[in-house]
Design a protein around this ligand. Structure first.
Ligand code: ADP
Ligand code: MG
Length: 721
């Protein structure tokens, strides 16, 4: 343990080239395509990527040949289809390029068929019953919109993963469908303002928070190793009260790690930009420059794998869990999200002219309406056993989705709502002034009026969805959000088109619909303190979803409203939604089950023996005092020991009985067949017992001799020097 706190920074192997030279070194980007593919293939591939078209077999073969050559030039020996199953993280099955050459030797082969489609034997991935064993085949198919890359010595080909019958078994497939839906619907509405628009793109800029811990301390905490969080541990006397970590200098060990990580990110084409300390001790953040959502999400998943590898090189372990340590801030992954046209206009960014600003208000109000209508679903999209420790627990944001707009945008919307549209619009040449929309102040672009307590905040040219968990696949949130907004934009366009068909001008029709949306969305708009108890009550009165149990939040995926919305946008059919919920409930149960087992073991095998040992020491001491001092004096002195002995006994007894109750609750829950009911039972009956066990263990930690306590404490784990 001593060594752990004295470790020196590891020297980083910094490339001789400038970052601009090694950036994207291991990515088969357009530059590499141009270099390694015949001109005709290059053009066909670019066209397919740009227009989202399938590749012909002939082109695929030629691409595979060029890609293989590039990969081998980079030292790769294997290739894999890289996909995102419904578990945490990513999956891959490595094959080597080697094939028999028919003469007793081997050649390095990679055909278009292998590039484009494979059938991983993936019956062990969660599928919610979609793939029964008799049709245990799933297909992985190349997602040409995301470039292939090389990790270690393996060519990784980003793929979707679907069942034999076409249902999605991954995150990427529905994400691509949702992005396609928002492209179509967004383009339809954006064309009201600029008929030249061909595409609307969804952008994502994630901010990954994480904790670092020394590997020796990590190894000494079985709970961290097995569950990613500390299941026990009393608060350190000093934690984040002084807010000195946030502003403090980065320790040199961590600085070396960050530099190494940044270099590795850059080589893989991840535009890592900011690395800094976060609020809690040992907590840090990495944020790249935002990218198209599908690519950004691939990069986040890649980063989550990479960060673990790089941390090990520096004798650290990285904790991506939402709440590794109780009593200090947890980790989230803010999803900065926006929409933009292929004409370079960011649709949530106020413009210079009245037309631009009408477009801005149109898109903003549609997002508000979508988030309002689907607030329960959007919350469900970020709900998990691990994120439950942040949401609705003792830490913000609360388990309620609301939107922060800020004073300026709120004022603008008020103005739109209350101005007399007909008159305003009739007065030619004055409309800009009267609409007030051309005068949106520039400072909005650099919105400093930030409310950190809001789970979904407007931040000047984008929305920041802050409730996403640090270990989550962002796709879950991005699917729900983009699909909901796509559906809302379509409804909006339908209403506008109908009004135009009945004789209104387009501008009037847009104006009228915007005002309806502003009125409709009022309940979701909240600029106040999201941490307050009053807000929880107020949100309930407003009809927002206030459910705090993750297994029950998942029900929102199966409401008629959600099923219809996902059906209309083509993102999920009912079978997929039902199967996915099965998986969500199952994962919830398993996570709590593992935690409960680990906690039971630690309580009985580590904590109670240590407490008992200390108790015996106290007893021995009490006897000796009695012998030495005799009479009243002895009583007085040993009374303190006796009180401690008694308190320790009480805590031990409580731990034993709570562990027993926890085990029994688990046994009862395990007998339930229905996945939903089982998850609810785990939430309602197992989790509260775990909290009780922890309470008594943490009390003992304060009493028992430090020498005897079997686990590293918070104060030891939380301060890297
Ligand atoms: P903060 O911590 O203050 O929220 P950061 O600079 O850490 O800000 O992160 C902001 C993230 O938002 C970055 O990933 C940035 O690229 C991203 N971002 C900026 N503008 C947009 C936009 N229009 N759409 C999506 N993401 C954006
Ligand atoms: Mg942020």
């Amino acid at each position: 343990m001593e060594e752990a706190t004295k470790r020196k920074a590891v020297k980083v192997d910094v490339p001789k080239e400038r970052p601009t030279e090694y950036y994207g070194k291991y990515v088969f980007n357009r530059q590499k395509m141009f270099e390694y593919l015949p001109a005709k293939t290059f053009q066909a591939l670019c066209k397919a990527i740009d227009n989202k078209e399938p590749l012909s077999r002939e082109v695929a073969d030629s691409v595979a040949e060029g890609m293989k050559k590039w990969a081998i030039d980079c030292g790769a020996r294997h290739y894999t289809h890289w996909f995102h199953p419904l578990t945490d993280g990513t999956a891959e099955k490595h094959d080597s390029f080697i094939e028999h050459d028919g003469k007793g030797g081997v050649v390095e082969e990679f055909s278009g068929k292998l590039l484009v489609q494979q059938e991983p034997d993936a019956s062990s991935f969660p599928n919610g019953g979609i793939r029964n064993t008799f049709e245990a085949r799933g297909y992985s198919a190349w997602d040409i919109s995301s470039p292939a890359f090389i990790m270690d010595d393996t060519l990784c080909i980003p793929t979707i993963f679907i069942s034999y019958t076409g249902e999605s078994l991954d995150y990427k497939t529905p994400l691509l469908r949702a992005l396609n839906a928002v492209d179509k619907a967004g383009t339809r509405v954006a064309r009201y303002f600029d008929p030249e628009v061909n595409h609307v793109t969804s952008y994502l800029g994630w901010e990954q928070e994480y904790f670092l811990i020394d590997e020796a301390l990590y190894a000494a905490r079985p709970d961290l190793v097995m569950t990613g969080r500390t299941l026990m541990g009393h608060e350190s006397a000093k934690n984040q009260q002084l807010e000195d970590h946030y502003f403090g200098a980065i320790p040199s060990r961590v600085e070396a790690f960050m530099l190494d990580l940044e270099i590795e990110c850059n080589k893989l084409g991840i535009p890592a930009k900011t690395c800094h300390n976060e609020v809690a001790p040992n907590q840090f953040e990495l944020a790249p420059i935002y990218e198209e959502t599908n690519l950004a999400n691939d990069h986040n998943l890649l980063l989550m794998g990479l960060i673990a590898e790089v941390a090990k090189r520096h004798n650290f372990r990285v904790l991506l869990h939402e709440k590794p340590f109780a009593g200090i801030n947890g980790s989230g992954k803010h999803n900065n999200w926006s929409l933009g046209t292929d004409k370079g206009v960011l649709l949530f960014s106020p413009g210079k002219t009245s037309k631009d600003n009408l477009q801005f208000v149109t898109f903003i109000t549609n997002v508000m309406a979508a988030v309002h209508r689907h607030n329960a679903l959007i919350k469900a999209s970020i709900a998990s056993a691990t994120n439950a420790h942040r949401l609705g627990a003792n830490e913000a944001p609360p388990a309620i989705i609301s939107m922060f707009l800020g004073t300026q945008l709120s004022n603008i919307l008020d103005e739109v709502e209350h101005s007399d549209s007909a008159e305003t619009l009739d007065v030619k040449g004055r409309e800009e002034m009267n609409l007030g929309l051309s005068q949106i102040p520039e400072i909005m672009l650099d919105n400093t009026d930030r409310n950190r307590t809001s789970p979904f905040a407007f931040t000047g040219n984008r929305f920041e969805f802050r409730a996403v968990g640090s270990s989550a696949n962002c796709a879950s949130a991005m699917i729900a959000l983009n699909a909901a907004v796509a559906d809302q934009l379509n409804q909006f366009a339908d209403a506008v088109d109908a009004a135009v068909a009945s004789g209104k001008t387009r501008r009037e029709a847009v104006w009228e619909e915007i005002r309806k949306l502003i009125r409709y969305s009022k309940p979701i708009h909240f600029d106040g303190n999201g941490y307050s108890d009053e807000w929880k009550e107020e949100a309930g009165r407003r009809g927002l979803d206030t459910e705090t149990s993750a297994p029950l939040m998942y029900d929102a995926y199966l409401s008629d409203q959600s099923v219809d919305m996902f059906g209309r946008t083509g993102v999920f059919n009912r079978v997929e939604l039902e199967a996915r919920n099965e998986v969500k409930w199952e994962i919830y149960t398993k996570k709590i089950q593992i935690e409960a087992r680990v906690l039971g073991d630690l309580a009985i095998n580590h904590v109670i023996p240590a407490a008992t040992r200390y108790q015996s020491l106290l007893l021995e001491n009490a006897y000796k005092i009695k012998e030495l001092f005799k009479g009243d004096k002895a009583d007085k002195i040993s009374r303190q020991d006796l009180t401690s002995i008694e308190t320790i006994s009480d805590h031990i007894a409580e731990i034993r009985s709570e562990v027993e109750a926890m085990v029994n609750a688990r046994k009862v829950a395990n007998k339930i067949d229905d996945e939903r009911e089982k998850a609810i039972a785990y939430h309602d009956t197992v989790v509260p017992r775990m909290e009780n066990v922890r309470y008594h263990i943490d009390k003992l930690e304060l009493m028992v001799d430090n020498e005897i306590w079997p686990l590293p404490k918070y104060r030891e784990m939380l301060f890297i020097r």
